[in-house]
Write a protein that binds this ligand. Structure first.
Ligand code: GLN
Length: 453
C-alpha cells in the first residue's frame, strides 16, 4: 500500500485519481496485516485497489465526476465495494470517469481527462485512456493500483481496457448488484473489474459478484470460482466470428489482429466458425436512444434539493433550473434532452418503442448463435487504438459514439463481454479483442482470453 501511495504521488500527471484516500488506505492495510497475522485472510486481503467515482463510498466523496454532486459524501457503501472490502481490499482512492459515465474518452469529467500512460512511437502527444472508466484503466496501466472497479453501460470497461493494454470484463447483466452505484442507464449498467491480466480480472470479479436483494435485477445465482477457469482448455469449444463486425473502413491492422486471435484459438484446439448477427448495424443507433432515455429519467433526481450542489433561485422552479443548468456539463445535457425527446408523447412510439424492438432482435441474434452451438464470440474490442486527447473535440458527437460500435450490442443483450490485449498497432499502441459469452458463462471467457493474452 505504501508503494502504491508513492506511485500515485509520482503519477499525478495521469489524472487518474480524483480523490486520494491515503489515511483510509493505510488504516485498512494495517487491519489486513492483523487479519493475515491471525490467519484470517480474505480473497482480496491487503490488495491496494482503486474505485471508480461512480461507486458510493461511505464517508468518502463521490461525485460521478459531475459538478452537480458537488462535495457529496454518501452515508452508505455500494454493495460491490462493501463486498470487496469484506474480502480485505484496500481502497487507495476514487478514480476519474466521464461525467455520469457518459463518454468514451474521459473528457467529459469535471476534473478533466485522465491520461493514457502509453504514447505513440516517436510522439509525445497525450492519448485518451478511454471512457468512461478512463481513470480505472490509466491507474491500472500506470501501476497506480493493482486493479480497479469500473462500470460498463455501452463499453466503458472494455474500451478503456483495450486502449491501455489491460483486461476488462463486463459480466452478465445481474451478476453484480447495482445498489449504491450512481445510475446512468439502469437496464444496461453493470459493474466489473479492470485488471493487469486475465487471472487478476477473474479474482476481482469473484469478489465483486453476488446476489443482493436490494437490487431487483441482481441474479440469485452462485458465483463460480472464476479463477479456476483461467488456463482451462478451450479444446473443442466453438468460437464464432460475426461477419457483420467486418465494418466498412475497418483498419487492416484491426482485421489482422482479429485473424491472429482466431488462429491462436484454432491452434489451442477450438473450432472457429463464421456466425451472423444480422441486426448488429442497428445496435449503435438503438443504444443511443435507450441509454439517454433511461438517463433522462435517472438524472431527474438531481434537483439541487437532495444532493450535492445547489444554485438558489427566487422560487423552487428557478432553483431546479439554476442548479441543473450549472451542474450538468454539455454532454450530459445533450443526453437528457435526447432522452426527454424520445420519451415524449408524440415521439415515444417512433423512437423509444422501436429501439426496444431492435433491442429484442439483437438479443435474439445472439440467442440463435448460441443455440447453434457457439460457445463464445470473438470480435475486435474497438475500431482503432487510443486516439489523442482533444482529437475529437471539434467533431460531431456521433464521431465519439462510433467508438462504441463493437461494445454496445453486448449491453443491449445483457451478455458478458471481456476485452483482452492481443497485439500492437503499427505505432506501438495496445490493441484488444473482445470475447462475448452466453449469459452467466463468464468462465468460458476467462478460459478463452487466457489463450489470447
Ligand atoms: N460511451 C458510451 C456512452 O457514452 C458508453 C458509456 C458507458 O459504458 N458508461 O454512453
Amino acid at each position: 500500500t505504501g508503494a502504491y501511495l508513492s506511485a500515485m504521488e509520482a503519477g499525478r500527471a495521469l489524472n487518474a485519481y480524483v480523490l486520494e484516500t491515503p489515511e483510509i488506505a493505510l488504516a485498512r492495510a494495517a487491519d489486513s496485516d492483523a487479519r493475515i497475522g491471525r490467519g484470517e485472510a480474505g480473497a482480496l486481503e491487503g490488495l491496494p485497489l482503486g474505485v471508480k467515482d461512480l461507486f458510493c463510498t461511505e464517508g468518502v466523496r463521490t461525485t460521478a465526476c459531475s459538478n452537480i454532486l458537488g462535495e457529496f459524501v454518501p452515508p452508505y457503501e455500494s454493495f460491490v465495494t462493501a463486498k470487496m472490502r469484506r474480502a480485505g481490499a484496500v481502497m487507495l482512492g476514487k478514480l476519474n470517469n466521464d461525467e455520469f459515465a457518459m463518454g468514451s474518452s474521459n473528457e467529459t469529467s469535471r476534473f478533466g481527462a485522465s491520461v493514457n500512460p502509453w504514447r505513440r512511437a516517436g510522439s509525445d502527444a497525450k492519448l485518451t485512456s478511454g471512457g468512461s472508466s478512463g481513470g480505472s484503466s490509466a491507474a491500472v496501466a500506470g501501476a497506480l493500483c493493482l486493479g480497479a472497479t469500473a462500470t460498463d453501460t455501452g463499453g466503458s470497461i472494455r474500451q478503456p481496457a483495450a486502449f491501455t493494454g489491460t483486461v476488462g470484463i463486463k459480466p452478465t447483466y445481474g451478476r453484480c448488484s447495482r445498489w449504491g452505484i450512481v445510475a446512468y442507464a439502469s437496464s444496461l449498467d453493470q459493474a466489473g473489474p479492470i485488471a493487469r491480466d486475465v487471472r487478476d480480472a477473474a479474482i476481482l470479479l469473484g469478489a465483486m459478484a453476488g446476489h443482493d436483494p436490494r437490487d431487483s435485477t441482481s441474479a440469485d445465482r452462485e458465483v463460480p470460482d472464476f479463477e479456476a477457469a483461467v488456463g482451462r482448455s478451450v479444446k473443442g469449444l466453438k468460437i464464432g466470428l460475426p461477419k457483420e463486425y467486418r465494418v466498412d473502413g475497418m483498419p487492416s491492422e484491426i482485421e489482422a489482429l482479429w485473424e491472429q486471435g482466431a488462429a491462436w484459438l484454432r491452434a489451442a484446439g477450438a473450432e472457429v466458425v463464421e456466425v451472423s448477427l444480422p441486426h448488429t448495424r442497428y445496435a449503435l443507433p438503438a443504444y443511443y436512444i435507450v441509454a439517454p432515455a433511461e438517463a433522462s429519467s435517472n438524472l431527474a433526481r438531481y434537483d439541487g434539493v437532495r444532493y450535492g450542489a445547489r444554485v438558489p433561485g427566487r422560487d423552487i422552479t428557478e432553483l431546479y433550473e439554476n442548479t441543473r443548468a450549472a451542474g450538468f456539463g454539455p454532454e450530459v445535457r445533450r443526453r437528457i434532452m435526447i432522452g426527454a425527446y424520445v420519451l415524449s408523447a408524440g415521439y415515444y412510439d417512433a423512437y423509444y418503442v422501436r429501439a426496444q424492438k431492435v433491442r429484442s432482435l439483437i438479443k435474439r441474434d445472439f440467442e440463435t448463435a448460441f443455440a447453434n452451438g457457439v460457445d463464445a464470440i470473438l470480435t475486435p474490442a474497438t475500431p482503432s487504438a487510443a486516439f489523442g486527447l482533444g482529437d475529437k473535440a471539434d467533431a460531431s458527437p456521433v464521431e465519439m459514439y462510433l467508438n462504441d460500435v463493437f461494445t454496445v450490442t453486448v449491453n443491449m443483450a445483457g451478455l458478458p463481454g471481456l476485452a483482452v490485449p492481443a497485439g500492437k498497432s503499427a505505432d506501438g499502441l495496445p490493441l484488444a479483442l473482445q470475447l462475448i459469452g452466453r449469459p452467466f458463462d463468464e468462465e468460458t471467457l476467462f478460459a478463452t482470453a487466457s489463450v489470447i493474452e
